[in-house]
Write a protein that binds this ligand. Structure first.
Ligand SMILES: Nc1ncnc2c1ncn2[C@@H]1O[C@H](COP(=O)(O)OP(=O)(O)OP(=O)(O)O)[C@@H](O)[C@H]1O
Length: 261
């Protein structure tokens, strides 16, 4: 895989360290429904953390808060020491540049070519020159195995190919953090393994910090440094995957894993 276009090329033997994401006492309500309840957790730079737990436990809400698609009702969120909440819109915009997200439903711009989907934000948000953005986009398309699809429209691609474009698009911003929200849930089963293998490669060969919500437990086991088990808006158990998957301590974790494994 060419690494010159990746966010943090060449994983160094000493991975970057220190806290990159911190949530403190974060509460999020939708009406009477308290989805996140005084939630605390942090993710160290370069680590891959996976959120697991029952449907509706608040996992996607966390990613949406980090993307600033939602606002918390209470609590603070910082990324690399900079305030995301509470913060001014200007501060938030700056922090947001460090965060990339890949969604379940790809969310590509349907009227733009594949190449333009990837170059658009680096040019308009980061102010990158068009030539540089195109060069990097082509490198990323090569990395995700779609070098020949520059001029295609998203609708001309399979779901798996669209998700590869979405991954390339997120990486084009050179984010410090990559958020992955059930990225294979909308794919036909035969396309899932290819996308997960691509993400495994990215996890292995870059220093990017990953926060994933997934129902793919084997994938979670493979890439995670830490797994957080969610229930009703709280982390009820956290640990390395070998511990969570083999010797869970909490009854709810055991119940959840026996239903999904
Ligand atoms: N925009 C919204 N308006 C109202 N309620 C919402 C909204 N978004 C999420 N919720 C509710 O918040 C709760 C948590 O949703 P969330 O999507 O974070 O759960 P999840 O753990 O990611 O679930 P799943 O695994 O099914 O995706 C659910 O009860 C959901 O109905």
């Amino acid at each position: 895989m060419p690494t010159d276009t990746l966010p943090n090329p060449e994983k160094s033997p000493e991975r970057s360290s220190g806290e990159l994401i911190r949530l403190e006492q974060v509460t999020k309500r939708f009406g009477d429904n308290t989805v996140l309840d005084h939630l605390d957790f942090s993710v160290d730079a370069g680590k891959h953390v996976t959120l697991i737990g029952p449907s509706g436990s608040g996992k996607t809400t966390i990613l949406r808060l980090l993307m600033t698609l939602l606002k918390p009702d209470e609590g603070t969120i910082t990324v690399d020491g900079q305030k995301l909440f509470p913060a001014t819109e200007k501060e938030r915009r700056e922090v947001r540049k460090q965060i990339g997200m890949v969604f379940q439903q790809f969310n590509l711009f349907p009227n733009m070519s594949v190449l333009r989907n990837i170059t658009e934000a680096p040019v308009t948000v980061l102010g990158m020159s068009k030539d540089e953005a195109v060069e990097r986009a082509k490198g990323l398309l090569d990395m995700v195995g779609l070098a020949d699809k520059c001029d295609a429209r998203p609708a001309q691609l399979s779901g798996g190919q669209q998700q590869r474009v979405a991954i390339a698009r997120a990486l084009a911003m050179r984010p410090k953090v990559l958020l992955l929200d059930e990225v294979t849930s909308a794919l036909d089963p035969e396309l899932v393994a290819g996308v997960l293998d691509l993400l495994r490669d990215i996890a292995r060969t870059t220093d990017i910090t990953m926060l994933c919500v997934t129902h793919e437990m084997n994938f979670a086991r493979d890439i995670s440094d830490q797994v957080l088990m969610f229930d009703s808006g709280r982390v009820i158990e956290a640990g390395p995957p070998e511990k969570i998957f083999s010797e869970p301590e909490h009854d709810r974790t055991r119940e959840f894993l026996s239903a999904v494994l």
